[in-house]
Design a protein. Structure first.
Length: 376
């Protein structure tokens, strides 16, 4: 695909900060930061055809397809309420010492890795080692939840998502969404290859979904005094950056557990570590092979990318580290397979752009939950 150049300032994100740490010898010598990312034009040849919306507007929550929003991003009223008036939050901590799935790893500070000299798509990490962690879990419970009843829920990545809780607090009360529990799970620290967060979020397998199912959700039910549905149609996943790719990974490998996915700046790129020959290009495999080569799964997906999103921010020169191109390719293969999806290209937006999230989150949640019928 052609890329339109043009340098603008960007909003930094933890994923970017970690990815910018590169090395010239197996993970030891940091490299100088790269320039700001180019601004991509949503009308670039090869990108999906998309409907340009008036500035400040968002798509209809009932519309499938591709949309362009911006350049200004006024927040939705449901994301700006200062206090939770229709629900409460319960928090607890989990330790690596208690996990059978993730006993903990970390990459040495100031190190990254080097491409395998025989394969630039493969990263060699020599500075990752066992390390303990703790993670915080925050659970939003709406007042409308009836104790003892089985509730729908949404699982989010990267810790307490106050904006999600705020949006649900209003939308559930307005009966625009079903009564649901929201569960924000902290990551195990670090970012990208060689880190605990990278291991959890970028690994192409069902392991993280199984960790959530068997170690997190039982604690949620105990600590928050709720009962969570086992119906996959009443379960959603959500995240930004690698947390976004993780959200789709959970549903892709376990459609028996999750049918609804919401992602901001999804890391559908080559960031998996350790290397796996069955998915050699990590989450890039979604649009390269997995979705095109598989029968359509019962997944409904909302996704967003910014015009100044990440572009090749590390030492790997494998042509699989352009977040905009990756999300564009996702939209193309989802359409070809006739998935129910909505793709938002945000103009004047960086990586997991907070202003874009504040503008779009209520509509995104309504779109993701279209068609859900709670069990009586």
């Amino acid at each position: 695909m052609n890329r339109r150049s043009g340098i603008e300032a960007i909003r930094f994100h933890p994923c970017l900060i970690a990815c910018l740490i590169a090395s010239t010898a197996f993970g030891q010598t940091p490299q100088s930061p790269r320039p700001a990312f180019p601004t991509r034009n949503p009308h670039t040849p090869g990108y999906v055809a998309a409907t340009q919306l008036p500035d400040g507007a968002v798509p209809s929550p009932t519309a499938d397809g591709n949309f362009i929003i911006g350049p200004t991003h006024p927040p939705a009223p449901e994301t700006t309420t200062p206090d939770l008036t229709n629900g409460s939050v319960v928090e607890f901590t989990m330790s690596s010492a208690d996990s059978k799935y993730y006993p903990g790893i970390a990459r040495d500070k100031g190190t990254f890795g080097t491409p395998d000299p025989t394969d630039p798509a493969k990263l060699v990490i020599t500075t990752s080692h066992p390390a303990p962690y703790t993670r915080n879990v925050a659970v939003y419970v709406p007042k409308a939840y009836v104790p003892g009843s089985e509730a729908a829920f949404i699982v989010g990545a990267d810790g307490t998502d106050r904006m999600l809780f705020t949006a649900l607090d209003g939308l559930i009360a307005e009966q625009k969404l079903p009564v649901m529990i929201a569960i924000s799970i902290g990551n195990g620290s670090g970012d990208a290859q060689g880190s605990e967060r990278g291991l959890e979020y970028d690994t192409m397998s069902g392991r993280y979904a199984e960790f959530v199912e068997n170690e997190v959700l039982p604690r949620v039910e105990t600590e928050a005094h709720v009962k969570l549905t086992h119906n996959p149609d009443g379960r959603a996943t959500m995240g930004g950056s690698s947390g976004g790719s993780c959200a789709l990974i959970m549903a892709w490998y376990h459609p028996d557990l999750y049918h609804r996915v919401l992602t901001y700046s999804g890391t559908y790129v080559n960031q998996q570590w350790p290397y796996d020959a069955s998915t050699p290009h990590g989450a890039w495999e979604f649009h390269e092979h997995l979705i095109p080569g598989s029968k359509r799964k019962p997944i409904r997906l909302w996704m967003e990318v910014g015009d100044r999103d990440l572009f090749n921010p590390n030492v790997m020169r494998d042509n699989m580290h352009d977040w905009v191109e990756a999300n564009e390719r996702m939209a193309k293969v989802l359409a070809a397979k006739k998935y129910h999806y909505q793709f938002v290209f945000a103009v004047n937006a960086g990586h997991v752009d907070r202003a874009v999230k504040a503008q779009t989150l209520p509509e995104a949640l309504e779109y993701v939950w279209q068609g859900y019928k709670p069990s009586r």
